[in-house]
Write a protein that binds this ligand. Structure first.
Ligand SMILES: [Zn+2]
Length: 417
């Protein structure tokens, strides 16, 4: 642990912000969990001569990963077969009673895996916020979005349902660690009715809370919203509100879900040029989950078009039932390959852009004075090749994270330094 004067963390290479200057023999002064100074190690040493130095050797210090959309409560071993979104979801629903017995254990394991892969901030969604205890005890910073399912409230009005989830989140908010928050999720257009969606959006806006949704994920969702038919009609018993003749994005706009405090996961199938314009105009953020989309036959999100239109985009691993790992850098490398991005944009998507999508870029996502010292140490020191930042991203994606600190506190450390 750091003393009162703080600690100078140093490495052969230091990338405090993907896209900004890098440092050879770089350092970062951490005091009380926050970044105090960043730069060349020699200058920092001159400026702070009494501060102990911890040098990680021939490695690279980068900002920690920000996972913009994840589910903690799934086990890798028994994930349902992919290929079809509606069949996968059907199997998931069938297995919910069995899953209840091991959700907490799965959540702990998923959180651990994320931390060991350099994740320092996570936006998690789970039914009624059931994975909040595991996120909070993991030491990561983040949000848990509590999903609610109107099918669980038979014979209730939308007002009563929304009041129930708001009360639930109020309870969850009590006694949380400083950097963990609870918010609301309107799960998806095919599980939450239009009026409950609209009321939840209004209520969270009034309260200054945040909102997460799944949106335009699968071909079945597009069909359900437009025509009211297909594999997602009758999911959870009765969802008779489909068939409105709109794209999911237009539908979400109509029920007031799209706003700057909302993050929409996936946007993978059926997102038109006009939809991208709607996303940009409403200020909603997007979470891109390319490996989950591929596994479930959900197409390719138009990320370059969204970014060019000014939509904030982060990257999410989703959960282990649709994605092979909780490694956000690995997820981002998949996005880099899919869209032909360079390493700098890739590393920025995994860190700063994820923070911006979640509205926390003033606190994390880069190593700048005043922000939390959320960082990863990667076992690579890139040369001056064509794309040195991509080398770092590839190493982090491939299991090369040797240490992870959240607010200056090391939660994972096999660096030997
Ligand atoms: Zn999801």
């Amino acid at each position: 642990m750091e003393g009162e004067r703080g600690t100078l963390l140093a490495a052969r290479t230091m990338i405090p912000f993907a896209g900004g200057p890098h440092f050879r023999e770089g350092g970062i002064l951490v005091r009380e969990g926050r970044v105090v100074g960043v730069g060349g190690l020699e200058e920092l040493r001159r400026e702070y001569p009494d501060v102990p130095v911890r040098h990680f050797g021939e490695r690279t210090i980068i900002p920690g990963a920000v996972n913009a959309h994840a589910h903690l409560g799934f086990r890798r071993e028994d994930r349902p077969e992919g290929g079809s979104f509606s069949r996968w979801l059907g199997e998931l629903i069938e297995r919910l009673p069995e899953k209840e017995t091991w959700t907490a254990e799965a959540a702990r394991a998923s959180a651990r895996e994320a931390i060991e892969a350099g994740t320092t901030f996570m936006a998690e969604s789970s039914p009624y916020g059931e994975c909040l205890p595991q996120l909070a005890e993991s030491g990561m910073a983040g949000f848990v979005y509590a999903e609610f399912f109107p099918g669980d409230f038979p014979d209730s009005t939308p007002e009563e349902r929304v009041r129930a989830i708001v009360e639930r989140v109020r309870e969850l908010r009590e006694g949380l660690p400083e950097r963990v928050e609870a918010h609301v999720s309107v799960h998806a257009p095919y599980t939450v009715d239009p009026e409950s969606s609209r009321l939840a959006a209004r209520r969270t806006r009034e309260l200054g809370w945040r909102l997460a949704i799944h949106l335009s994920e699968s071909p079945e969702e597009v069909e359900f919203v437009r025509d009211g038919t297909g594999g997602l009609a009758n999911i959870f018993g009765r969802n008779d509100w489909g068939g409105v003749g709109l794209s999911p994005v237009r539908y979400a706009e109509r029920v007031e879900l799209l706003a700057p405090h909302t993050i929409a996961a996936h946007l993978a199938t059926g997102v038109s040029e006009e939809d991208v314009a709607v996303l940009a105009r409403t200020g909603v953020a997007a979470a891109h989950c390319p490996r989950s989309n591929e596994y479930l036959g959900c197409g390719v999100s138009p990320v370059p078009r969204m970014m060019a239109s000014g939509v904030r985009v982060g990257v999410g691993t989703d959960g282990l039932w649709s994605s092979p790992s909780m490694n956000l850098f690995e997820e981002t490398l998949a996005a880099v390959r899919l869209h032909g991005f360079d390493g700098v944009l890739g590393l920025r998507l995994a860190t700063y852009e994820g923070a911006r999508a979640l509205g926390v870029e003033g606190e994390t996502g880069s190593l700048e004075a005043g922000k939390w010292a959320d960082l990863a140490v990667v076992d690579v020191s890139p040369g001056e090749g064509v794309d040195p930042v991509r080398e770092v991203l590839e190493a982090a994606a491939g299991g090369g994270v040797v240490a992870t600190a959240v607010g200056g506190r090391f939660l994972h450390d096999r660096s030997g330094a």
